[in-house]
Structure formats: C-alpha cells, structure tokens
Write a protein that binds this ligand. Sequence first.
Ligand SMILES: Cc1cc2nc3c(=O)[nH]c(=O)nc-3n(C[C@H](O)[C@H](O)[C@H](O)COP(=O)(O)O)c2cc1C
Length: 361
Amino acid sequence: MSITIKQSFTPIRVGRHTLPNRLVMAPMTRSRAEFDGTPGDLAAEYYAQRASVGLIVTEGTQPSDDGQGYLATPGIYTSKHIAGWKKVTEAVHDNGSHIFIQMMHAGRMSHPDNTVHHRQGVAPSAIAPGTQTFTATGLRDVPTPRALTTEEVRQTVADFRFAARAAILAGADGVEIHGANGYLVQQFLASNANTRRDEYGGSIENRARFAIEVAAAIAEEIGADRTAIRLSPGSALNGIDEGVEGPALYRYLVAELSKLGLAYVHIMHSGNEQLLGDIRKLWKQALILNRPGRPRDQIGSDIASGLADLEAYGAMVLANPDFVARLKTGAPMNEADRGSFFGGTAQGYTDYPALNAVSFA
Ligand SMILES: Cc1cc2nc3c(=O)[nH]c(=O)nc-3n(C[C@H](O)[C@H](O)[C@H](O)COP(=O)(O)O)c2cc1C
C-alpha cells in the first residue's frame, strides 16, 4: 500500500462524528424507491454492503413533494419515509459506518410525469434549463417551471428544516444539502436561472441568500455539526451558467457558510484549481472533495497534499461494495454497469460481487 493512500485510512472528526477513515460514498440517485417516496426494500442492504467507507452520503432525497424531479426518488418528510430510512440508517450503523441523507430539491429539473402530484416544477424564475430528462414516457424536454413567490421561497426553507428533523428522527447522522449540479439551490446561485427582483435575486449576496438560509435553518434545527452542503462551482450541468462572477460568488458563499460552523463542505470539482484552493483556505471545517472520474491510482492524493480532508467516490463505490478492502489489498475493481444505474431491482444494485473471504486476509 502506498504512503499516499495510507492517510485515507486514518480516522477523522467531522462535525459531531469521528469517522474511521476518510473515504466517502458520493451521493447517487438510484430511482428504486416506492411510489410514495419510501426507500425501497433493498436500500438497507445496498447501503450496508458499502459501509466500509467512513461516511455514506445517500442518494438525493426530496424534502417535500415539490422537490421531486426524477422517477422513484425517495423523500424524507412523512412518517412512512422516516420508518423506511430508519431501516437504512440502522443497517449502516450495525456495519460500522455513518450516514448523511442528501437533501435534494430538484427545482426546475422536474417533470410532471415523474411526480405523484404531476404539478409544474418550481424554481427561482420561470426559465427552462433547455435540457431533456428521462420520464416514465421516455426522454422529454424539461418544461418551463413556475417561479416561487417570496413567501413560497421562505416556505421552501421551512420545508428543508422540517425534512432535516425527519432525517434525524430516521436515525441519520446528519444532512447534506444538495447545492450542486443545477438543482434548486444552485438555480438560485446562477444568474442565468435566477432573474428575481426580490431579496433572493440580483446581487451575489441576494443569490446566495437561499443557500445560506437553508443551511442556517437546518443548523438551528439539528445542529451545525450535523449539517453539511455540497457545491459544484462552475458546473454547467442542467443548464447552469454562473458567468464570470462565479468564482466571486463562491468565495462569498463559502466564507458565509463557514461562519455557521457546519460539519463539512463537499465540493464536486470541475476545473478551477485556483478557486478550489481559495475555498480550502476560506472554509474552516472539514472538506470533502469529489473529482469526477478520478482514477484509482490517484485515490488519496488530495488528502495527502492537504487539499482535502476526505475524498468521495461515486461509481467506484456503487460497483464495489467492498471498495475499502479492494484498496487495501490492491484487488481489482468491478466495472460499474451504467444500464442499471437508475431504476430496476437487485441487478446492478445489491448484486455486485464482493471479494471472497480469503482475499481479505
Ligand atoms: C448513478 C449516479 C447518480 C448520481 N446521483 C447524484 C445525486 O443524487 N446527488 C449528487 O449530488 N450527485 C449525484 N451523482 C454524482 C456523484 O455523486 C459524483 O459526483 C459523480 O458520480 C462523479 O464521481 P465519480 O467519478 O467518483 O463517480 C450521481 C452519479 C451517478 C453515477
């Protein structure tokens, strides 16, 4: 085992919790929840299989029915959701890991065919992303959303707070706000998705307000040391364009969020190394870094260089329930099967082979 990767196996304090190692399962939507948003029967097994990582961040989970964007995604705002998630959190804890539920409000990245209520999506402004999405009836244009009123924006902040409490009642160790990848929180940040004229639009401070209010409300509800946020500065996913002022916006946002004393910030990094270095300096708590497509031989190098405290991996953990054992033993990794990422049952979900017991020795 290289010196570089060895540092990934040392414990670390993250907010209220001490994690046994610094490897994180990145949040991944799997679209296998029940119709009403209760996690599916196999979810507990799926997450428990992957509990050798220090922290599991769950698939994006809607804090309200308006927050749903994709088919069969779970929610965390009813007593049935809580009971379903309880099985998942207990299974993960029994297997020695920690679990944060990722709170994802899809905003305009929603389609009426994908939700139980079939309503138009909601967003900062009535601007369609100009992209397509998978629905029950095939690939469709994402429709123009309805702009939230100021009062509804405040209600949405309250929905996040309510859902965070529900996550804790379900036994989660904390909540990660999905502020990345072009969903509601990032729609507020980006001037091409947010043309509001109230206090949630216009200046950098105003566009950052929603993210900060959501984080502050959740922190007040469940403790800052159990509250986290994921950001993807500069990402163009889902029709987002943050323009030339993007880096300035993130420097402001990260500095403000850091004052709240959150458990961690999770950066899905897509290119601006200078900004990443600035974020590292501005952020006073733990930093999780996810570099999409990071090859195996570079795992641990951002921890070793001091740029990150933890590293998150998505597809590799999805395909390798025993990701940590494979890293430790140098065993080869299974390849992820993209065809079974979204929807379906056990195939491509809980049936990825683990190393046999002999290889672990
Ligand atoms: C099947 C799948 C579903 C994903 N769903 C989410 C999600 O719900 N929330 C999120 O923040 N990112 C999501 N992502 C992005 C991953 O968290 C991660 O950033 C991405 O896969 C790049 O990391 P990797 O190369 O290690 O997989 C998803 C990725 C995949 C492959």
